[in-house]
Ligand binder design. Structure first.
Ligand code: AMP
Ligand code: MG
Length: 403
């Protein structure tokens, strides 16, 4: 059986990123850049006042005070029609371009207006005080954003400032979600004897969306080969098909065979981990339209589904969308509780991760295994516990994946 690292490595070796295309900034929200962005502009584009006040020659204030002649006024968006000479000042607003001749701004709080004159008492005014020089923030030709960066509000705003109104990104994957199992009823129904609700569809729909995909829930399919074959065909219209249930060793675990019959090549089946061991991953190299399809068969227990999605399906999404790095990124946290375990597989234990002024802290939540979804209600992360006999005391460093 392969380990989690190998499984992730195989996913990254199998999944090919989508082609890049240009989209508007609004559409690029949450997607990753498919090319570096180099500034074609300077920011700020002119020497700019950082305060409301008076543009002056700093030499006039060498003594700390002066009485200057006010020769004009500039609002943001205007340019001065004349220079500032010795003994002169121009009233200026934040964001307005500094008039020629001036080399500093005195804030209005340090001045007193008296008709066409201004009295200034301000210590320490030197060339550059209260202004930002042209191109101080960004120069032409400077790299501002790197390929693979996920675009969130600050990056989008920086692109807007640069005038990059269209950017190269890779699209979101369309993701079909298919729950298998004779025991399942839809969440709106009341389960009869032996039946349970299809919680995985709700779980995966939300996870797919949170991970940047477009969910396409396909409902429940019975453990009947013909029904499963038909449902798989529908699912293969999406970029990624995520099935749950039917991948372990039970009598009605029909998913691997159904996928093989549909031409989906198995890349791995079963990973050394808890929960999630029966997880299946494969690829249909060329669907009818010539593009590949990726298929995950996740074990049916909801916490297995959740953990496998976070570790494996999300990794595939990041590769498809060109996000870097594509691997899941754990953080180191100090354990806030005791933890003892003995197992032949690494455990991904539901946990509470929190940021403190001294770094990350994590504690496990009480958990009864892969069907115990109740435990995850409190959790926002999972702690990775390596296989073997483990004794962790409070303060031990553990690896944590947030979700
Ligand atoms: P399976 O992987 O099909 O053997 O299912 C393992 C366990 O997960 C069984 O107890 C199933 O009833 C449960 N299960 C399977 N599919 C779902 C689902 N969509 N929602 C909730 N539980 C499920
Ligand atoms: Mg089943």
């Amino acid at each position: 059986m392969i380990d989690v690292e190998t499984a992730i490595h195989r996913i990254l070796g199998t999944v090919q990123p989508f082609d890049a295309s240009l989209v508007s900034l609004a559409e690029a929200d949450g997607l990753a850049l498919a090319a570096d962005v180099v500034s074609r502009v300077e920011s700020p584009p002119f020497d700019k006042a950082l305060m409301d006040g008076f543009a002056v020659q700093s030499a006039d204030l060498a003594a700390g005070s002066a009485r200057l002649q006010v020769v004009g006024e500039i609002m943001a968006g205007q340019v001065a029609s004349r220079d500032v000479g010795r003994g002169e000042a121009i009233q200026i607003m934040t964001g307005a371009p500094l008039p020629a001749g001036a080399d500093a701004v005195v804030k209005v709080e340090e001045t007193r207006r008296d008709g066409d004159r201004v009295e200034i008492t301000a210590e320490g005014i030197v060339a550059g005080t209260n202004l930002m020089r042209r191109a101080a923030v960004m120069k032409i030709g400077e790299q501002v954003l790197k390929t693979g960066t996920r675009l969130s509000p600050p990056q989008l705003a920086a692109l807007a400032e640069l005038g990059e109104i269209e950017v190269a990104v890779r699209r979101r994957p369309r993701v079909a979600i298919l729950a298998t199992g004779d025991e399942l009823v839809s969440v709106g129904e009341t389960p009869g004897p032996g039946q349970i609700r299809n919680t995985n569809e709700t779980l995966l729909t939300a996870q797919v969306r949170a991970a940047g995909g477009v969910p396409q829930p396909l409902g429940i399919v019975r453990d009947v080969p013909e029904d499963l074959a038909a449902a798989v065909q529908r699912g293969l219209e999406a970029d990624v098909l995520v099935l749950t249930g039917g991948v372990s060793a039970g009598k009605l675990d029909l998913v691997p065979a159904a996928l093989s019959a549909a031409g989906v090549r198995e890349v791995f089946h079963k990973v050394e981990m808890k929960p999630g061991k029966p997880v299946w991953f494969g690829v249909l190299e060329k669907a009818r339209d010539g593009r590949p399809r990726y298929v995950f068969g996740l074990p049916g227990n909801p916490v297995s589904t959740l953990v496998c999605f976070e570790l494996f399906v999300r990794t595939a999404f990041r590769k498809l969308m060109g996000m870097s790095p594509p691997q899941p990124q754990p953080v180191d946290a100090l354990l806030e509780c005791e933890y003892r375990s003995r197992g032949d597989r690494p455990v991904y234990h539901p946990a509470v991760l929190r940021m403190t002024s001294e770094g990350y802290r994590a504690r496990v939540v009480p958990w009864q295994g892969s069907s115990d979804l109740r435990a995850t209600v409190e959790a926002n992360a999972m702690i990775h516990i390596p296989a073997g006999e483990r004794r962790y005391d409070p303060g031990a460093v553990v690896q944590v994946y947030s979700w």
